[in-house]
Design a protein around this ligand. Sequence first.
Ligand code: NAD
Ligand code: FES
Length: 295
Amino acid sequence: MYPILEARELTNNIYFMIVKAERVAKNCLPGQFIIVRSDENAERIPLTICDYDRAAGTITIVFQVVGAGSLKLAQLKAGDAFHDFVGPLGQPSEFCKMPLEELKQKKILFVAGGVGTAPVYPQVKWLKEQGVPADVIVGAKSKSFLILEEMMASVAENLYITTDDGSYGRSGMVTKCIEDLISEGKEYDVCVAIGPMIMMKFCALTTKKLNIPTVVSMNPVMVDGTGMCGGCRLTVGGEVKFACVDGPEFDGHLVDFDQAMKRASIYRTVEGKKFLEAKEGDTHHGGCGNCGGDK
Ligand code: NAD
Ligand code: FES
């Protein structure tokens, strides 16, 4: 069991928890995720890691209630425990594999949308710890939906907040903010965009126009997190990929977002899942994700 040390609502159905999970905390890197179950019969829920403390053996998660499964999670309190807390899953961010001197030459822009602010935080924090500054745009529908502002301000070189309704910070969506920063004379070698799929699609279209290579973190439907169920299948640069084992980060200019969004809505029903299994045949499942033998 994995005890919850702290649990609170940040705002508008978005929850923050600190969980004791020593093995995950010892091994995780920015970009990776976990799959949790509140009890042995509960639905598996994939969640990005918002923060980790190796010394304390804790992981911070931030999630939004979007259905019965996440509502059950939100009802857990400090002192309760998760039945499963599996991870770290997926590939660490590309930054973690890059030589430090190369990384230090890069001008990096993170774009965080809504709840996607949570997985951006550990990446910016990790870069700051390596001595690599990064600018961050955080977009929210309005001021009351903004999360983790102070935490992000403590690690970002420059933090640009933008709200869709102009109630706080700059006005407009994150894509407008990217364009405005470039018009104001900012230059970036790489952009990392994390948030709702529609946001990542439009960020990638914007940065393609601006010639800025872009990484996105995909969060399609996930079930097993091991490449076996086929839930998280994506097309990237014309190739079949599985977000749980090949990602979750991919080249945003190569991801087929329209297919990913359509697939996510079909996969939510049992009938839709059977339809995709039949349609995708042998390529529906990813195999173990390590040998690539089933792909
Ligand atoms: P939201 O709808 O409030 O959007 C956040 C910001 O994204 C907006 O303020 C806006 O700036 C930008 N945005 C939205 N639509 C856009 C568009 N069409 N063009 C340009 N910019 C746009 O976000 P939310 O309600 O917090 O999002 C919840 C979603 O985020 C869920 O679907 C969840 O699955 C997803 N999510 C993704 C990740 C990930 O790793 N990619 C992590 C956590 C949550
Ligand atoms: Fe099952 Fe990725 S979650 S294949």
